[in-house]
Design a protein. Structure first.
Length: 632
């Protein structure tokens, strides 16, 4: 179920001064118990869910504009929390998958009709925003199909047969659908000539993007794939790693370094699908660094530099060091960071230093995150931070922290933010090279409950389920407040984690596109899990596909005025609490200064509601009623 009760990821709002507690502006009676409400992020269409149907609501007239029946297993489930979902928002589009139909939520039009198209299940999708299409994979009667939907025309462009599948498997999975947003590590690639490099189960296929013709089909189980610069070579890494191996081999959020896949790579001619050469790695593949005509491959055992043209090794022997973190090209050769050490090698892989430079106090068996500054760099991992001046082995200072300490990074000001219980650090060696001193923050809740920081241009807003505090970029407290918990609310909150993440994912996919170079609401993570290098690499990779310009144009077409709001940084947060007379209230807080700008009256201790963070409308469910609070 997707019952969303979250208090973060908010967007623009306005302050109207004094206000009073208030009742809803509109009430819609759907004549049936309403189970949940979803806000479609791109269009702003509220979608109400009963045990019988999905209803699209016009946010301007507050009337129902379409209805789609629910899946049979949902109707028979008696609405239990363990019932599989039959609704998935297709991120960055005006569409949703409802009961295995692809629905344009603006009109209710079925772009893919499960009955007409004889589809048992839509099992995954890829939003290809730069070229204006969505790819959806479906299965029926033992056949796998790929659907290509034109986002500009809102119509099916083509349908292609891409393989076969077990009819029994279809029947079982058709009854209990998987989340189609979870497509695994492999990401569909678009070539310069418009062909898709697509994974269909244990096959890799090339599809003509214009008409869906399958150009070639290889019996290979890909885990990852990428082109070289001129697309004369398609490099494919075989899938060999489990989720557990991914976790144990890396705790970084750099997606290029997250996977521990197979031990083989295959170079393929993208025009013909023929194999050019194969590489046998020492151990499981981890990541690749591109250097024009050459590329470095790091495995869990070591690494080497290869030629794209023929696959020949450029280093005379492998760099046999585990846990290679990074490689950078220099005038002398390549600087390789591994474990807690660094070594400079020449073009043949020969070591140029007698001994490696050791980063002291950092364990050699964990991955760490590095934040670079003009004067040096900060290393962060687990319960340790250390500041190092370039070419010096010992840290200028080191900071021991609790393993539960949380970190965020302000890219605009290059500030590292640490919340360690009630100790709060803002670290920037360019402003001060001295060992950071904690800023005391008195919290009602344990600091562990704080899960989001909103990085504003001149302030930071830290938030937990019932408490927040605001500081300026120097760490001075602007305001903080704790909201009393209504009885039973926390138990309800604990049961909706997956729903919160599902709703947040669609929002973040959109807001992330528009805010790659700005401060946005981000999760507070453990040390060593997030940082500047990940931020920069993600921005560079996304920009390299020209997705920002073309994606923004499509989003503006889909969302109209909502587009500009997505391009803004968040402004409001909401907290469910009880008032002086034990009234149950949803309170809106302005993140810049903590002003309380609205108070909405709810009727129960465990409310199910959704907030449209673009318009600041609130949709609250009470029995058969959908209660709507307009922005004031």
């Amino acid at each position: 179920m997707k019952k969303t009760l979250f208090t973060f990821l908010t967007l623009s709002g306005m302050y109207f001064g004094a206000f009073a507690q208030r009742q809803p502006d509109h009430i819609i009676d759907l004549k049936n118990h309403i189970q949940e409400i979803n806000i479609h992020q791109i269009t702003g269409i509220p979608i109400a869910v009963t045990n019988e149907s999905y209803y699209g609501i016009d946010p301007n007239t507050n009337r129902t504009i379409w209805k789609v029946d629910r899946a049979l297993y949902q109707k028979l489930s008696n609405l239990t929390d363990d019932t599989p979902e039959d609704f998935f928002e297709v991120a960055l589009t005006p569409y949703a998958i409802i009961n295995d139909n692809l629905v344009d939520v603006r009109s209710g039009k079925l772009i893919i009709d499960k009955t007409k198209d004889n589809i048992k299940r839509l099992k995954k999708y890829d939003t290809m925003l730069p070229i204006g299409v969505v790819l959806l994979e479906g299965a029926s009667d033992g056949v796998q199909y790929l659907f290509c939907v034109d986002l500009n025309k809102t119509e099916l462009k083509w349908k292609a047969k891409i393989g076969t599948t077990s009819m029994l498997k279809d029947a079982v999975k058709g009854a209990i659908p998987e989340n189609p947003f979870t497509t695994g590590s492999f990401k569909t690639i678009v070539s310069k000539n418009g062909n898709f490099i697509y994974k269909a189960d244990k096959h890799l296929i090339s599809i003509n993007g214009a008409d869906g013709t399958v150009m070639w089909d290889l019996n290979i189980n890909p885990g990852q794939a990428f082109f070289n610069n001129d697309e004369s070579c398609l490099m494919v890494v075989d899938k060999g790693g489990s989720m557990m191996s991914m976790v144990t081999n890396s705790m970084t959020l750099n997606l290029n370094k997250l996977e521990a896949l197979g031990k083989e790579m295959t170079a393929i001619d993208p025009q013909t699908g023929k194999t050019k050469y194969e590489l046998k790695l020492e151990d499981r593949y981890k990541w690749t660094a591109d250097f024009g005509d050459e590329f470095f491959v790091a495995s869990t055992a070591g690494g080497n530099l290869y030629s794209y043209a023929n696959g020949q090794k450029k280093f005379k022997k492998d760099f046999d060091e585990k846990r290679i973190q990074d490689i950078q090209k220099t005038n002398e050769g390549y600087l390789i960071s591994y474990k807690n050490e660094q070594m400079l090698v020449d073009q043949t892989g020969k070591k140029l230093w007698k001994k490696p430079v050791v980063i002291e106090d950092v364990s050699d068996d964990v991955d760490y995150d590095r934040y670079d500054y003009k004067t040096g760099y900060v290393i962060a991992y687990k319960s340790y931070l250390g500041y190092y001046v370039k070419d010096q082995k010992k840290p200028v200072w080191k900071l021991s922290l609790d393993e539960k300490a949380k970190l965020a990074y302000d890219a605009l000001h290059q500030n590292i933010l640490i919340l360690d219980g009630e100790k709060y650090y803002i670290i920037n060696p360019e402003k001060s090279a001295e060992k950071p001193k904690p800023l005391k923050v008195k919290l009602k809740d344990d600091g562990d409950s704080f899960n989001v920081v909103d990085i504003k241009p001149n302030s930071y807003f830290f938030s937990g389920p019932f408490e927040y505090f605001i500081t300026d970029i120097s760490g001075n407290i602007i305001k903080q407040k704790y909201f009393k918990e209504p009885g039973g609310f926390m138990r309800q909150l604990a049961n909706v984690g997956s729903g919160v993440l599902a709703a947040a994912a669609a929002y973040q996919a959109t807001a992330g596109l528009m805010n790659m170079d700005k401060g946005i609401a981000q999760s507070l993570t453990g040390l060593g899990e997030s940082g500047k290098q990940t931020f920069k690499k993600g921005v560079n990779q996304y920009n390299s596909t020209n997705a920002l310009a073309s994606g923004a144009a499509l989003l503006q077409a889909f969302g109209g005025p909502r587009y500009n709001a997505f391009a803004s940084t968040p402004s409001n947060a909401y907290y469910f609490t009880k008032g002086e007379n034990n009234d149950k209230l949803l309170i809106r807080v302005l993140k810049d200064n903590g002003d309380e700008t609205d108070k909405l009256i709810f009727l129960n201790n465990k409310p199910v509601y959704q907030i449209d963070y673009i318009t600041n409308k609130v949709f609250y469910l009470h029995g058969n009623e959908l209660q709507i609070f307009n922005n004031r």
